[in-house]
Design a protein around this ligand. Structure first.
Ligand SMILES: Cc1cc2nc3c(=O)[nH]c(=O)nc-3n(C[C@H](O)[C@H](O)[C@H](O)COP(=O)(O)OP(=O)(O)OC[C@H]3O[C@@H](n4cnc5c(N)ncnc54)[C@H](O)[C@@H]3O)c2cc1C
Length: 523
């Protein structure tokens, strides 16, 4: 019998993803006894660094850090717990087979291509930042409940209305006009240069299941801007040691606050006693008891597998079943024998974020084949070469290429077992067109499809956000009515992962809000 089995904890957190760790730290600091149980052999969930070829390491899913609010980074003392930056202010560079690479935000370079766009970019950015700030207020607090008599909910709604009003009549009207639009139409209205539009459009759809013409993609664009406003950064950061260094520092923060963390401890079931969550049953056969259980695991797995439908009413089970959680974002990792050279990309840009989304039409074309369970020959890519700033990730003189691949369906015609090699080769060919000679320098390649992400991270569907960010799965109704505000239909069971508001990205806010909810006395 382990020590834990003899004790009743105040809280068990299932899963040591970054949200589970933020939640655990917040609760432990408030004096709660906290046990974190993680199935994998290391903490971090989708924000880990691990090997993928002899001598090569990579950030396995998340590879750029730009969404965690600076006050949260400071409050958790992540720097004191060993987190260091390899590079900050990483530039975003648009790549295209039709025109030279474009550094986004470089107005002089844009002016040479299109004067009108160079003039329009500043006001567009300023407006998106204003709207991003408003949305930041949504991200930064737990969503209010609708129709309650509780003053906190009323106050939160009133604050939101006031913030909207403070935008002024013209801006308020503009926000209401565009919020339900698609990113394609918005960017077409604003700009002319295809590469500028394609690169900006990528940020509206990355991690999603939508093409740029889908309604709601302005919402997802603003969500991204809001997260950046929240992080007080519109640029990207690369931690030394990859994204795993962030979650390692988070784990140290949790332990310093008094939380206990166990890895290789997969939870098989959530225990229920007297209609209340009372602990967990591990795959090892061990039982650990707690007054509250908080799940960092996605909503579908939490309710349908770990809790069991027998504890839930039919309507709720149907809603959870319909929570759209199949991912369409993959990850490609390449071990390279030498530094890649992308045509036209300046040496100082190679350590940045290279976006291959030459135009909005190309982006839409990259999406189209997924409707028929197939992958475009030219998907959109977010390429990084992390070894430019951090040589610890590869043997001397060699490099790692880490690329988000948008769009790769969960299920592919013919099955991934037969299609994996062909899609990987196709992606390497595509990269070779922009970085001639890259193909010959590939020592090893790893493609993580949404199905692989599901298996490795135990997340139903392998979705970036654990479930689509769309109007019907957003804010006050995320993940589904009946499980919003981090509470669930079962007393004592809470959610703290990306399935909850405000969704995914290495932001930590779902974990923080969930902890506050658990600590708040019942209204
Ligand atoms: C390809 C890809 C690229 C991405 N790139 C970026 C990026 O560059 N920047 C960014 O900010 N975000 C990125 N994201 C999104 C980001 O990685 C996720 O949204 C975020 O990591 C989710 O964190 P989480 O803590 O909510 O959940 P997760 O990280 O999914 O953690 C859940 C944890 O629960 C554990 N678990 C599951 N089942 C059990 C069980 N039964 N018992 C015990 N433990 C269990 C899992 O092992 C895991 O550790 C990317 C996502 C993907 C898929």
């Amino acid at each position: 019998m382990s020590n834990e089995s003899a004790q009743v904890f105040d809280v068990i957190v299932i899963g040591a993803g970054h949200n589970g760790l933020v939640c655990a730290t917040t609760l432990a600091r408030a004096g709660q006894s906290v046990l974190v149980l993680e199935a994998a052999d290391q903490v971090g969930g989708m924000a880990i660094t691990r090997g993928f070829a002899e001598g090569f390491k990579v950030s396995a899913a998340a590879h750029l850090f730009n969404q965690m609010p600076l006050p949260l980074v400071r409050d958790l003392n992540l720097k004191q717990h060993g987190l260091q930056w390899a590079a900050t202010d990483l530039p975003t560079i648009g790549l295209s087979p039709h025109e030279a690479p474009l550094r986004i935000g470089d107005r002089d370079a844009l002016h040479v291509r299109c004067e009108a766009d160079a003039r329009a970019l500043g006001p567009f950015d300023a407006r998106m930042n204003r709207f991003g700030k408003l949305m930041h207020a949504l991200l930064a607090s737990a969503p209010p409940r609708l129709g309650t008599a509780i003053w906190e909910d009323k106050w939160a709604l009133a604050k939101m209305a006031l913030k909207l009003r403070l935008l002024g009549r013209q801006e308020m009207r503009e926000l209401l006009r565009i919020i339900g639009m698609n990113a394609y139409d918005l960017l077409e209205d604003e700009f002319k240069n295809p590469l500028l539009k394609g690169t900006l459009g990528f940020d509206a759809i990355v991690g999603s299941n939508f093409g740029p013409r889908a309604p709601g993609t302005v919402l997802t664009y603003l969500y991204r801007r809001a997260a950046e406003v929240s992080a007080q950064s519109s640029t990207f950061v690369q931690p030394i040691g990859g994204l795993g260094a962030v979650t390692q520092a988070l784990a140290r923060a949790a332990e310093a606050a008094g939380a206990r963390i166990r890895t290789q401890a997969p939870v098989a079931r959530i225990l229920v006693e007297n209609d209340q969550a009372s602990g967990v049953f591990l795959e090892s056969g061990e039982t650990v008891l707690a007054k509250a259980v908080i799940s960092n695991v996605d909503a579908k797995t939490t309710f349908l597998n770990l809790l069991g439908t027998e504890h839930l009413d039919t309507g709720f089970v149907r809603r959870i079943d319909h929570f759209r959680s199949r991912g369409m974002t993959a990850k490609l990792h390449l071990a390279l024998s030498k530094r890649p050279h992308f045509t036209g990309v300046k040496a100082e840009w190679l350590g940045g974020r290279l976006i291959l989304s030459p135009s909005l039409n190309d982006l839409e074309r990259a999406f189209n084949p997924t409707k028929y369970q197939s992958v475009s020959a030219t998907p959109a890519l977010e390429i990084t070469v992390p070894t430019i700033h951090d040589s610890s990730l590869a043997p001397a003189g060699q490099h790692v290429l880490s690329s988000v691949v948008q769009y790769v369906p969960y299920t592919v015609a013919g099955g991934w077992a037969t299609q994996r090699a062909a899609v990987t080769a196709q992606l390497i060919d595509l990269l070779d067109q922009h970085a001639p000679g890259l193909r010959d320098s590939v020592i090893a390649a790893e493609l993580l499809t949404p199905e692989d992400l599901e298996k490795e991270f135990r997340i139903t569907g392998g979705h970036w956000h654990h479930g689509d960010l769309a109007f019907d799965q957003f804010y006050m109704v995320r993940p589904v009515p009946g499980a919003t505000q981090y509470e669930t239909p079962l007393p004592g069971l809470y959610l703290c992962g990306a399935s909850s508001h405000p969704g995914g990205g290495v932001m930590g806010l779902a974990g923080r809000h969930a902890a506050h909810r658990v600590l708040r006395p019942n209204p």
